[in-house]
Design a protein around this ligand. Structure first.
Ligand code: EPU
Length: 389
């Protein structure tokens, strides 16, 4: 381990389960007692005072006190040991695409997950499986699967970030969610300091939610995700943007992949270097789910017939609304600017860094939006990106 300006940490041990290769399924969420194995000497660098802005798609954020690039599970253990010795909080950084970091940065150790490996499919009981290291770029994986003619994640093309981040917020778009194809998530359990494979049923997947961002937040670090696909399945298009695009045609997964990227680009939801609308963290607010009474209240406030308001049925007779539409009704329209922060000119739900925005600029715009929407519609919009600091 190489640490700038710091004393060297003590040697320690990593753990393996005999007879179980990394990434294979272990049974239901159990904690394995493991045999200590001497760690191969590695060379993890721990850098100090590193600006985090370049690691986020918003290009905002102060420095990390310590920062380490993690390329293997043993490096991860080594970094955790370092954090524990120095009583540092840790933060796990993937693609930085759903992240808003404060201007004061993070007074702890940031672990940048760069676990990588080949994207090799294997057959199991008539299904095709992939075990994907957490640091693999999500879109590269989607493309690899679509190129095999396999359906299941083609609607999730063009979503920025890494594979390890996808189960955390159960990434979804255009009628698909990763929870439909994930079978297990390999994690480092920080309570037992052991690697376990959590079956999907134990991950608590729901809309933009899992145990990783709710009940067990901070306990697990995702190191790999296992996906299972049915090779006999064809793309099922449910989302209006896509059915309009293809009409009656039966597209291949690769054709859907291309169409989704095109639609995302049109909406400024594809990261294209140099386009300011792309300096965003995707949707900044979750689509709110409201009661029928609240829905009626909004319709009468706006003096609109309910069918004129974009809405979809949600669980327990509730109603899901389009946050973007509510923002526009509250006066926060495409291209809106507040100092260096603003709203994308192509999609109202994407708050953007218009140039040299600070986190404080983004917070000011966020607060103004939340206050106005609450005052007008009695809805508390929930921020979607993770906030650090
Ligand atoms: N709308 C507007 N103005 C806009 C855009 C949309 O009024 O500028 C209204 C329209 O009524 C439209 C409705 O909002 O019908 C829904 O818009 P869209 O289809 O673009 O989807 P979204 O609800 O804004 C969600 C996800 C996106 C995902 C798309 C496509 C959330 C918070 N966002 O956006 O996910 O790509 O659907 O499935 O659920 C993300 O989470 O970061 C993200 C980009």
């Amino acid at each position: 381990m190489k640490i700038e300006n710091l004393e060297t940490v003590q040697p320690f041990f990593s753990f393996i389960v005999p007879g179980v290769s990394p990434g294979r399924h272990l049974s239901s969420g159990a904690v394995y007692l493991l045999y200590p194995q001497p760690v191969q000497p590695t060379a993890i660098d721990i850098r100090q005072n590193l600006s985090l802005a370049p690691f986020t798609t918003l290009r905002i954020g102060g420095p990390a006190r310590y920062f380490s690039e993690i390329r293997s599970e043993s490096e991860l253990l080594e970094a955790i040991s370092f954090a524990r010795q120095h009583t540092l909080p840790i933060f796990v950084l993937g693609g930085g695409s759903n992240l808003l970091i404060s201007d004061s940065g993070f007074d702890g150790l940031v672990l940048h997950i760069a676990l990588d490996g080949p994207l090799k499919p294997f057959s199991l009981n008539g299904f095709v499986e992939y075990i994907v290291p957490a640091g693999v770029e999500w879109n590269a994986f989607v493309l690899a699967v679509c190129e095999q003619g396999i359906s299941g994640i083609e609607c999730l093309a063009g979503i920025p970030g890494t594979v390890g981040g996808t189960p955390v917020q159960n990434v979804g778009a255009y009628g698909q969610e990763v929870s439909e194809t994930i079978t297990s998530v390999r994690v480092l359990d920080l309570e037992s300091t052991s690697f376990i494979d959590l079956p999907a049923a134990e991950c608590g997947f729901a809309y933009r939610r899992s145990i990783f961002n709710s009940t067990h937040r901070g306990r697990y670090i995702v190191t790999a995700v296992t996906f299972r696909f049915d090779p006999a399945r064809h793309p099922r298009l449910t989302y209006a943007d896509l059915t309009r695009h293809f009409g009656d045609a039966q597209p291949t997964p690769l054709e859907v992949y291309e169409a989704v990227r095109e639609i995302r680009h049109r909406k400024g939801m594809l990261i294209v270097e140099g386009e300011s609308d792309c300096r965003s963290a995707g949707s900044f607010f979750k689509n709110p789910v409201v009661s029928r009474e609240n829905f009626q209240h909004i319709a009468s406030t706006l003096q609109l017939a309910p069918e004129k308001i974009p809405h979809w049925p949600a669980d327990e007779g509730r109603i899901k609304l389009a946050a973007a539409w509510l923002l526009e009704r509250a006066g926060f329209v495409k291209g809106y600017a507040m100092g260096n922060a603003g709203i994308s000119s192509r999609h109202t739900l994407a708050l953007i860094n218009r140039g040299n925005a600070t986190a404080a600029d983004l917070f000011a715009l966020r607060d103004a939006i939340q206050q106005k929407v609450k005052a007008l519609f009695s809805i508390e919009l929930e921020q979607e990106p993770v906030q650090l600091g």
